[in-house]
Design a protein around this ligand. Structure first.
Ligand SMILES: CC(C)(COP(=O)(O)OP(=O)(O)OC[C@H]1O[C@@H](n2cnc3c(N)ncnc32)[C@H](O)[C@@H]1OP(=O)(O)O)[C@@H](O)C(=O)NCCC(=O)NCCS
Length: 217
């Protein structure tokens, strides 16, 4: 299947940020985003346990599509340190790496959705990454949450372009990007080191709906 050039569903229009639920892993100093069924936000250091729990529950599900993880990745100490860096990156405007919960169960992480390598100047672009709980798949939750994040990239962060890449065999990822109106731009050979080897990736991107002008010095 090929990422369609004609599918361009509208992104959700809500731009609200919300108070953080007490039991949730979200850092109250960062914006909290809401889609129809999900909440997305930057996790706090106190949320390390909930984030780790997500990766432990989904270890086998994510393994074929993510970088090979060292043993330390599955420890609270790793996540406490990583989430400290993650918040610092958010504060400096170089990333917006969020976790996702359901609104009805804000204490349990069911996904991750990331904008990273945010570049400004004449580029105004970033890379999109995501994963979702294996048992919560097939309900449109990932499409909904990632769509909300892409909206934030354009409306909240003022970016012009969001780029995403997937391994050609990753049909679920391809379908998600197609639903969100991402367009295929080419094939990059040996693009990312995934599962212990350099893997070819299909490159896709979506541009902001309106015309964005960079602010230059
Ligand atoms: C990529 C990934 C997030 C996609 O998950 P997903 O469950 O296919 O995506 P969604 O939650 O959006 O569900 C979409 C499915 O739900 C269906 N669906 C059911 N109810 C729906 C609703 N209310 N709204 C939209 N879709 C709905 C859709 O038809 C679609 O099914 P289809 O693809 O068979 O047509 C997931 O497979 C994953 O985490 N993979 C491992 C990590 C990974 O690959 N990351 C990306 C690396 S590039």
């Amino acid at each position: 299947m090929v990422v369609s050039r004609r599918a361009r569903i509208p992104l959700p229009t809500a731009t609200e940020t919300l108070p953080v639920p007490a039991s949730s892993p979200f850092d109250p100093r960062a914006p909290l985003l809401r889609s129809e069924r999900c909440l997305l936000g930057i996790p706090s250091v106190e949320g390390a346990e909930a984030v780790l729990d997500y990766y432990l529950r989904n270890r086998e599900h994510l393994e074929p599509w993510e970088p090979a993880r060292p043993t330390a990745f599955y420890s609270p100490a790793f996540w406490e340190a990583h989430l400290r860096h993650n918040f610092e990156d958010f504060r400096q405007g170089t990333s917006f790496r969020a976790v996702v919960t359901l609104q009805e169960e804000p204490g349990r992480v069911v996904g991750a959705a990331n904008l990273s390598n945010i570049a400004r100047g004449v580029f105004l672009s970033c890379h999109l990454g995501y994963s979702f709980d294996g048992v919560a798949g097939g309900q449109g939750l990932a499409t909904e949450a990632v769509g909300r994040l892409v909206q934030h990239a354009f409306e909240g962060l003022g970016l012009h372009r969001v780029q995403a890449a997937y391994i050609p065999e990753n049909v679920r990822s391809e379908r998600l990007l197609t639903r969100l109106g991402f367009e295929r731009e080419g094939l990059a050979e040996q693009y990312l080191f995934i599962g212990g080897a350099w893997r070819d990736h299909v490159l896709t991107a979506r541009r902001a709906p309106g015309s964005v002008r960079p602010i230059l010095p």
